[in-house]
Design a protein around this ligand. Structure first.
Ligand code: ADP
Ligand code: MG
Length: 314
């Protein structure tokens, strides 16, 4: 379902060119649990970003469901990501000022999930990842493991067939790491999972394939266990791709207001600060106007016609 053919990716900086990937050939199918390892800087994140359509590639061709992608425009990539990719990283890409529930609701809203069932589905997902007791807590106040569970609940809200994880346990202690890996395994059944880790041992028991990278090149690509036949391979519904696209203006405006009022103290502080700054500017302006009036008065009193200044009062 994803095929990379001679893919190369370069990063151009002002005086050098770094190579992210070099002539990578890979093919992934549903039901695989692919673990990608390699030293820091070997191109693991670049590979995930190219597969998720977050990063472009310069050479080669990537096929998604048999379709070439070298002609894809930003809109095509956005549609592809919205329908197909669940992204879990170690940076907990969640909104800290929102509650767990609000974070999951946002993901459902972006999917245009039917409004009347949204809350029910969000609560189900939160239950699935085992943090029901934190439903109404602000995400910023959760532990690392709980944050990561929220991220997973959000990724699941998408019900994407491909789950991409970039060092999902990078910031977690061993116990939380094991719990998160078990969760990814359980929830990722019948999907394609591509997971980057620096700790291969923690996923060894569930990996079906191991890929090792060095300096942007594949140095090992090994199938570990004979992959079980996937009975219920999840198919991508082409209709889904059309309903999921860019969020509507209403949705965006809704988020903007919601995030504004999610932190009332900050909002009050910003408004006060803005009022004070505006007040100071008005006072300075009024003072300057007043003093220029005085100056005009003095000049007007001077009757020397050679230096006469005509003043029109505003
Ligand atoms: P990994 O995830 O394995 O640590 P990356 O994929 O992040 O590695 O990086 C691979 C190579 O590409 C590194 O040499 C890195 O310096 C370079 N690189 C990655 N991202 C950028 C970027 N945005 N700008 C310039 N170079 C980059
Ligand atoms: Mg990385």
């Amino acid at each position: 379902m994803i095929k990379l053919q001679n893919i190369s990716k370069y990063y151009h900086t002002s005086n050098s060119v770094a190579s992210g990937l070099q002539k990578v050939n890979l093919e992934f199918s549903m039901g695989e649990f692919v673990v990608v390892t390699g030293q820091s800087g070997s191109g693991k994140s670049t590979l995930l970003n190219v597969i998720s359509g977050l990063d472009s590639y310069e050479e080669g061709e990537m096929y998604l469901f048999g379709e070439e992608t070298s002609h894809y425009l930003i809109d095509d990539w956005e549609k592809y990501r919205a329908s197909n990719i669940g992204y879990i990283s170690q940076n907990y890409n969640i909104i800290n000022s929102f509650t767990v529930l609000q974070n999951v609701l946002v993901a459902l809203e972006l999917q245009n999930y039917p409004k009347e069932n949204r809350k029910k589905r969000a609560l189900e997902l939160i239950e699935m990842v085992g943090i029901s007791h934190r439903t109404h807590h602000k995400a910023g106040k959760l532990s690392g493991g709980e944050k990561q569970r929220t991220v997973i609940a959000r990724a699941l809200a998408k019900d994407a067939p491909i789950i991409v994880c970039d060092e999902p346990t990078g910031n977690l202690d061993t116990q939380s790491s094991n719990a998160i890996i078990a969760l990814i395994e359980k929830l990722g059944k019948n999907k394609l999972i591509i997971l980057v880790t620096h700790n291969y041992e923690e996923v060894e028991h569930i990996a079906t394939r191991r890929i090792r990278l060095r300096d942007g090149e594949i140095i090992e690509d090994q199938k570990i266990v004979k992959q079980e036949a996937v009975n219920q391979v999840q198919k991508v519904d082409p209709e889904k791709q059309t309903i999921k696209g860019k969020p509507s203006w209403y949705t965006l405006l809704h988020f903007a207001f919601r995030s504004l009022f999610a932190t009332p103290k900050r909002l009050f502080f910003m408004l006060t600060l803005q009022t004070i700054i505006t007040g100071i500017f008005i006072l300075i302006y009024a003072y300057l106007m007043f003093s220029s009036d005085l100056l005009v008065g003095e000049l007007a009193g001077d009757n020397d016609s050679s230096h006469r200044v005509e003043v029109v009062k505003r």
